[in-house]
Design a protein around this ligand. Structure first.
Ligand code: CO
Length: 208
């Protein structure tokens, strides 16, 4: 696709929106009130709004390599804080995807330069779940299980933040761990059992 095509596409999109509703952009400019904070992978195939079928204004989106939530990442922490405290989202979604390149890279022994400290966080997820992962003999299955466990650990990382803990107790904000299956286009809810996972670790991470 050429850059000129992008602007042509944009013109067509504006026209199509206005044909359906002449006030579309006037209304959109009044502000946002999203129900979801979506944290997903930067992978170009995993398009947050399209796969969820949400319209502009309905999802606050943050994407990075392998959908990570890292406590010293000022970018991710700012997004979480703003979404929870100021936009009052009711749902936080961590959405991974099978065959994630970031997860794949973390499973290999290689010096990837500036990516090393980022991928180290995924290697740590592997270490935490080493027994389960090493018991899976099929390499693809092990890889995709790490994708799921990484989503689970990033959900826990979200729950380690003070702003989310406060919202969890005050208004029962919901955390969801999902995986997008590129092969089928389907979104899978991992149905993470948070009370069970958190019961033994909140004595460490509770900020109350
Ligand atoms: Co990815």
């Amino acid at each position: 696709m050429r850059i000129a095509d992008v602007f042509e596409n944009n013109r067509k999109w504006v026209t199509s929106k206005l044909e359906l509703d002449k006030d579309y952009f006037t209304d959109l400019s009044k502000g946002q009130n999203p129900e979801f904070l979506y944290i997903g992978c930067s992978d170009s195939r995993v398009t947050a709004e399209e796969l969820m079928g949400v319209k502009p204004g309905e999802a606050f989106v943050h994407r990075n390599i392998a959908n990570m939530v890292i406590s010293i990442d000022l970018n991710a922490m700012s997004v979480v804080n703003y979404a929870v405290e100021h936009l009052n989202v009711n749902h936080i979604v961590i959405c991974g995807h099978y065959y994630c390149g970031g997860v794949k890279a973390a499973m290999q022994s290689a010096d990837l330069g500036i990516l090393n400290p980022w991928l180290r966080n995924i290697r740590d997820v592997y270490r935490i779940h080493k027994d389960e992962l090493d018991a899976i003999k099929n390499e693809d299955e092990r890889y995709n299980r790490l994708v799921e466990l990484n989503v689970q650990e990033q959900c826990i990382n979200v729950l380690k933040t003070a702003v989310v803990q406060k919202a969890y107790f005050a208004r029962n904000i919901a955390i969801h761990g999902w995986v997008f299956d590129v092969h089928s286009g389907k979104l899978i809810d991992l149905k993470i059992d948070f009370p069970n996972i958190l019961k033994d670790i909140m004595k460490i991470y509770s900020l109350k």
